[in-house]
Ligand binder design. Structure first.
Ligand SMILES: N[C@@H](CCC(=O)N[C@@H](CS)C(=O)NCC(=O)O)C(=O)O
Length: 218
C-alpha cells in the first residue's frame, strides 16, 4: 500500500499548491491508489516523522519497497513504474529526467523566491526593495521556457510526462500574480497540463482533506 503524508490544514493561500499535490497527481496518472497520512499538529517535528522527512515537510511517501521524501524524487520513483509518466525509450526517459531537474533546480527557485517575498515578507522593507529584481529573475526563466515550448505541446516528445507534471506544478506557484499572462505559450501549456483528469482529481482530493479535517475539528 502507498501512503502519502499531507497536511490537514494550511493557510488559504497555500491550498491547492501544497507539494503533496504533485505526488497525488503522479499517482493518479499512474493509476495507483494510495492512502493519506494526515499529519496531526506537531507531528512533523517528531522523531518518527523526521526519520521519513528529515526537514519536517510534506510530502513523504511510503510503499511496500521504499520510504521517500522530496516531491520530485517521489514523482520520479512513481514515473519509473508508469509509461504514462516516463517513456520507455531510454533517450526520451533521460530527457524527461533532465527536465524534471530543470523544473526543480532552474525554474522553481526564482519562482519560489518571488512567492516567498510576496506571501511571507511583503511588508518588510528589504522585500519591497528586492521584489523587482526577484520578478526579473523569474521572468528570465519563464522567457527561456516559453521560447523552448514554442510550437510544442510538451517538454519531451509528443506526450505528457513527469517533466510536464513538475514544470506545470512549478508554474502554479505564480498563481498569486498575473506574470504568466505575459507568456501565452506558458498559459496554454499550463492549461493543457492542468486540464488532465488526474490533476483535477489530485486537486480535489487535497482540498477535500482540508475540508474534512476542518469539519472534524469544529
Ligand atoms: N523540496 C521539497 C519542499 C517541500 C515543502 O516545501 N513542503 C512545504 C509544503 S509545500 C512544507 O512542508 N512546509 C512546511 C515547513 O517547511 O515546515 C519538496 O519538493 O518536497
Amino acid at each position: 500500500m502507498i501512503t502519502v503524508s499531507v497536511f490537514g490544514w494550511v493557510p488559504e493561500f497555500a491550498r491547492g499548491v501544497v507539494r503533496d499535490l504533485r505526488v497525488r497527481w503522479a499517482l493518479e496518472e499512474a493509476g495507483l491508489t494510495y492512502k493519506e497520512h494526515v499529519l496531526r499538529e506537531g507531528e512533523k517535528e517528531t522523531p518518527d516523522y523526521l526519520a521519513l522527512q528529515p526537514f519536517g515537510q510534506v510530502p513523504a511517501y511510503r510503499d511496500d519497497e521504499v520510504a521517500l521524501f522530496e516531491s520530485a524524487g517521489i514523482v520520479h520513483h512513481i514515473a519509473q513504474k508508469s509509461p504514462a509518466l516516463m517513456p520507455s525509450d531510454p533517450v526520451l526517459a533521460a530527457q524527461v529526467t533532465s527536465w524534471m531537474f530543470a523544473a526543480m533546480n532552474s525554474v522553481e527557485p526564482p519562482i519560489q523566491n518571488l512567492a516567498a517575498i510576496d506571501l511571507f515578507f511583503a511588508n518588510e522593507e528589504w522585500a519591497k526593495a528586492r521584489r523587482a529584481g526577484a520578478a526579473d529573475q523569474a521572468r528570465g526563466r519563464l522567457k527561456a521556457l516559453a521560447a523552448y515550448l514554442e510550437g510544442k505541446d510538451y517538454l519531451v516528445g509528443d506526450g505528457f510526462t513527469a517533466a510536464d507534471l513538475l514544470m506545470s506544478s512549478v508554474l502554479l506557484i505564480l498563481r498569486h500574480t498575473d506574470m504568466l499572462d505575459e507568456y501565452p505559450v506558458l498559459m496554454a501549456y499550463k492549461a493543457r497540463c492542468h486540464g488532465r483528469p488526474g490533476y483535477e482529481k489530485a486537486l480535489e482530493d487535497q482540498l477535500a482533506t482540508f475540508e474534512r479535517v476542518a469539519a472534524a475539528t469544529q
